[in-house]
Design a protein around this ligand. Structure first.
Ligand code: AMP
Ligand code: MG
Length: 500
């Protein structure tokens, strides 16, 4: 489009070489277009770690060229910017065509990393939206993407956060921002649903073949397909089911509530994608609903594992024309039901520092009993696990007991835990717990503090949080204790909705 420059870079150069695999799929899958430039862009934050992964230097990340690219004001030679088309089920209802309404894929590097701008202007899929993202929600997405990565949870990454004084109107006037996101692919379940519902089998097959060739090559092997009638597409469904199961086990273990698990927000690679009204649990309330727009509680914390299965079922239905045999699709989906509980228990055993194989199903009962106690007491999820880890490392079990109003149940559980503990190497167990149970997570009120300061032009809170969340399991300095504390009373008044 007229204002966007395609620039040959002056030093420092990004050194990036583009290969644009998705763009080679052809026009049925996207519309090629340029981002809409943003006026007076300013750099707010970058992730040096995401930059290392992409293969660019901190000098380039801080350069004027990078700022122009991250705000949609320039494209690098070799990029092929596009917006992709997808459909999806939203809140359990078929929503028809959606698509990248405000995300623009700039290109894919030779190293296989796609670079995408979120909030870079209107596209043919904007459906009346303005194609922009506000600063408030972009801060949350930037911080949480990198926080999740540091917690070891599969996620799209955030390379940079760029602001602009351009006004964006939501409930009130706000200002614009762009998050530059990275992932090996941004393909969603909804991309498959799009072509399946339109009966476009050739495109459906082309997309599935692309995903298998690029990301799931094992699905063509006999090992993966033997029990699925040799069908690579059923093997793909199984592989995605397993990755999604592993992802959900991680969400549930770290207390992450996504908030909008629509099929268009489900990554074909099993990544956490589209950070909107997400929340890390404060008190452990299993039925917690983090999205203020989710009146039915469809995406309540404890429903997430079932919703993921429901979403996989939609993917299975979309792949049916390629799989052919219902029994094979069902067998592929069935893997979720085995992998999720197994992965969840494995994660919880790590959190408890249980390295040795337990006797019988004793560990499952131990975990179950603990979850019931935590729910009964509405105990703070993150603080409980961190204090338990510290107690195990030679600290004080009193500090853990203090979290429970009713001590009887806790004391009884602690006795059985300590009995089970006796099987373990204490130093190894404590080390595992301290590395598994973070001290710092992006609680809603912390995000809110960063947002309030940023709205005043002060980005120091954001930068402090970024540094802590990059190493969430380390102790950090004593003056950082504030960021690991219980939520203040006002935290419960924060309302996060789909507005972003
Ligand atoms: P989400 O609930 O954020 O996943 O968004 C659902 C759909 O709406 C996606 O196709 C988005 O691209 C699109 N969308 C959300 N916000 C905007 C916006 N401000 N402008 C254009 N499209 C949007
Ligand atoms: Mg989305």
């Amino acid at each position: 489009m007229p204002f966007t420059l395609s620039i040959d870079e002056a030093p420092p150069r990004s050194g990036l070489v583009w290969r644009n695999g998705f763009a080679d799929l052809g026009p049925a899958f996207f519309t090629e277009l340029q981002p809409t430039p943003l006026p007076a862009p300013y750099a707010i934050a970058t992730s040096a770690d995401a930059g290392r992964w992409l293969g660019v230097s901190p000098e380039w990340l801080a350069s004027g060229t990078a700022l122009q690219v991250f705000s949609g004001n320039a494209a690098l030679a070799g990029m092929r910017p596009l917006a992709s088309v997808y459909s999806g089920h939203q809140f359990g209802v078929w929503a028809g065509q959606l698509g990248d309404g405000r995300a623009i894929l700039l290109g894919e590097t030779e190293g296989g990393i796609e670079v995408q701008l979120k909030g870079a202007g209107r596209t043919p899929y904007s459906r009346g939206g303005d194609g922009r993202a506000v600063l408030r929600s972009s801060i949350r997405e930037f911080l949480c993407s990198e926080a999740m990565h540091a917690l070891g949870v599969p996620t799209t990454r955030a390379l940079s956060l760029t602001g602009s004084p351009a006004p964006v109107y939501r409930e009130e006037a706000e200002t614009a921002a762009v998050v530059t996101r990275l992932a090996p692919s941004f393909i969603r379940f909804g991309h498959f649903e799009h072509f399946a519902t339109q009966g476009r089998q050739a495109e459906l097959r082309q997309l599935a073949d692309y995903v298998i060739d690029r990301y799931y090559p094992d699905c063509r092997g006999t090992d993966a397909t033997a029990h699925l009638g040799g069908n690579a597409y059923a093997a793909l469904l199984q592989a995605v089911s397993e990755r999604t199961a592993a992802l959900l086990a991680q969400w549930q273990a770290v207390g992450f509530c996504h908030g909008v698990m629509n099929t268009d927000n489900m990554s074909i690679l099993g990544l956490t994608i589209d950070y909107g009204p997400f929340q890390f649990l404060d008190a452990f309330v299993p039925g917690h609903i983090c999205n203020h727009s989710d009146h039915q509680g469809r995406y309540a914390f404890n429903r997430q594992p079932n919703v993921a299965y429901w979403n996989l079922f939609c993917l299975g239905q979309a792949l049916m024309p390629l799989i052919g045999d219902t029994a094979h699709a069902q067998a592929a989906l069935e893997s979720y039901k085995a992998v999720f509980p197994a992965r969840f228990i494995a994660r919880m055993r790590e959190k408890l520092g249980l390295l040795q194989p337990g006797a019988g199903d004793g560990d499952a009962a131990l975990i179950d009993g603990l979850l019931q106690l935590l729910a009964q007491g509405g105990v703070d999820w993150t603080i409980f696990w961190r204090r338990l880890s510290q107690a195990r490392a030679g600290g004080d079990y009193e500090a853990v007991g203090d979290l429970f109003l009713d001590r009887t149940g806790w004391n009884r559980w602690l006795l059985s835990f300590q009995e089970r503990n006796a099987l373990e190497d204490q130093a190894l167990a404590a080390d595992l717990m301290l590395k598994t149970n973070p001290k710092f997570v992006l609680r809603n009120h912390l995000g809110e503090e960063a947002i309030r300061a940023a709205t005043r032009g002060d980005f120091t809170v954001l930068h402090t949080l970024q540094a802590l969340l990059e190493r969430p399991c380390e102790e950090h300095a004593s003056q950082d204790a504030h960021w690991a504390d219980f939520p203040p009373d006002w935290a419960s008044t924060i309302e996060i909705s789909c507005s972003s």
